[in-house]
Ligand binder design. Sequence first.
Ligand code: NAD
Length: 306
Amino acid sequence: MAKILIATEKPFAKVAVDGIKEVAETAGLEVVLLEKYTEKAQLLAAVADVEAMIIRSDKIDNEVFDAAKNLKIVVRAGAGYDNVDLEAATAHGVVVMNTPGQNSNAVAELVFGMLVFAVRNFYNGKAGTELKGKKLGILAYGNVGRRVAHIAKGFDMDVYAYDAYCPAAAIESDGVKAVSSQDELFEQCEVVSLHIPATAETRQSINYALVGKMPKGGVLVNTARKEVINEPELLKLMQERTDLKYVTDIMPETDADFRMLGGRYFSTPKKMGAQTAEANINAGVAAAHQIAAFFKDGCTKYQVNK
Ligand code: NAD
């Protein structure tokens, strides 16, 4: 019987683990748990005899692949998979998958939670502004970006999007205005919400020049990754442009400096975008289904290291 290791430094909710076990056991797979581990050595020991792994933000590097002699598949329960060394996985013949779309609604709802908080001056008692009629720019029209667009329409926002790899026609067919560059998005929109993955191309790409294009009173929302932000440049810009606000689900390295901006900045204490009961269950159970389909039929539909 093949073994699936659930290796989670930050564990799934119990109901998600139960859901994973049910799917796995129905498929004839055995589940073993490593939760809240504190040393890498614990992870290296746990992977020694497993064929599959389900992880969350856990770092899976070459050393882990070396230690996991029987490993065939790793599924990152979630969207971003920058915590897995894909080259090392490929070199070890291991398939890596994510579970796209399973936490999109959770992240998209948090965008609006943080956005209302920002435009109402972080609930400081002073008059703020409304979202209705404001231009919202969505940077990257993937699973989360699409969900943000859908919810934004409920707020009567004027929705724009830019995606380097999604045709404008696909964006427009959702009733969203496609712009031709990220510069244009920042120039046009009072609110910009980031949904780009952290890649070689996007790292540090949200910088002084780009955010500086935003109109007066601009609000930048980040539920993507901190790596996409050029922190020193954003901080410098916000020190100069006292009209700008920044709300983020990924605390900057220089959180203390951003806090000095005086009520124009908010960060969640830890990444909370996907932290809902629903997303937890959806992503974990989807991971189990994907592993079951991989062992049964060789299905690699969600493979990210093809
Ligand atoms: P997705 O893969 O569905 O969409 C990503 C989109 O980015 C794609 O449409 C792609 O074409 C586009 N893209 C890639 N490079 C681009 C570039 N240089 N410029 C413009 N567009 C580009 O991913 P998703 O589920 O929408 O998630 C988006 C990101 O949000 C993830 O990569 C992850 O980093 C982050 N995320 C954060 C949380 C959280 O807890 N805060 C949860 C889920 C996802």
